[in-house]
Write a new protein. Structure first.
Length: 281
């Protein structure tokens, strides 16, 4: 609960600190922020007219020393955001940026096309509606319509969750290539609740069940007291672009209720898939 402060007559007015007494950021922090800003400007220096630029040209454009450009460029190359031509030593934008741009484009297209169908699904079910997309080996929620009921599930846009313990993640990665599934299940899987399934053979069986039914179930495996059902949405190429979920408190969403919600969920996922071009070719 937010704390409310009073403004009574006897309350002592706090002194406003002067600008001169405001604490300054440490020099190291200022330098880091400056480096980040310069790195962003460096990436923006490229254009259709100048797809490749050398250190001297970049230093001139940015108004910084060549050593600064070289240091930033080496870091950006290591992260895949820049590439260097070994013949000319000039730099160009890296494939890593393409991946980030594709993620944004996929989110925007899917969100825009799904929006009216998500509102309709919430009206039909009265529960929180989620829209998620794959984000590396996790799932990221890009749309969230909260239930109008007082007791409801809440989730913020942009939040990432593990794929192995969420219905939305399972609905997406159950259809992924085996190499991607191997990455999702690699390493130690987080046990977020006592019900979280972390056994990899059991999770592969769960993914197989998703493909058989056409939807995924989450039974208090990511958050205690929350259940969810989700179905995949396909793009024009037939690949799974994301998933739509219906989520709510377990005391209202029994497993039988979730099964009943599969019909409107699958209808909505199919309608959105058609809007994305699936099955129209």
């Amino acid at each position: 609960m937010d704390r409310v402060t009073g403004t009574g007559r006897n309350q002592q007015r706090a002194k406003r600190p002067s600008l001169a007494s405001a604490p300054k950021k440490p020099k190291a922090e200022r330098n880091r922020l400056s480096s980040v800003a310069t790195a962003i400007r460096l990436l923006k220096a490229f254009s259709e007219a100048e797809e490749e630029l050398g250190v001297s040209a970049l230093a001139h454009k940015l108004g910084v020393a060549k050593s600064t450009v070289h240091r930033l460029a080496v870091t950006l190359v290591s992260e895949g955001l820049l590439e260097q031509d070994p013949r000319t030593d000039r730099y160009r934008l890296g494939i890593g940026l393409f991946g980030l741009g594709t993620l944004v484009r996929r989110r925007m297209n899917l969100s825009n096309e799904a929006r009216p169908f998500l509102f309709d699904l919430r009206a039909r079910t009265g529960e929180t509606i989620l829209l998620g997309i794959p984000a590396e080996t996790e799932v990221m929620y890009v749309y969230n319509l909260e239930s109008p009921q007082a007791l409801r599930m809440r989730s913020d846009i942009g939040v990432r969750r593990p794929a192995h313990c969420t219905a939305v993640g399972r609905a997406i990665f159950a259809y992924a290539p085996e190499t991607i599934v191997d990455r999702v299940l690699a390493g130690s899987l987080a046990r977020r609740t006592p019900k979280t399934v972390t056994d990899k053979a059991a999770l592969r069986a769960i993914f197989a069940g998703v493909r058989e039914r056409g939807y995924a179930i989450e039974d208090e495996e990511c958050e205690p007291g929350i259940r969810c059902i989700a179905a995949p949405v396909r793009g024009a190429d037939g690949a799974v672009a994301g998933a739509i979920g219906i989520a709510g408190p377990s005391q209202r969403l029994s497993l039988d209720v979730l099964a009943d919600l599969s019909k409107p969920l699958l209808e909505t996922a199919a309608a959105v898939s058609v809007r994305l071009g699936y099955g129209t070719r």
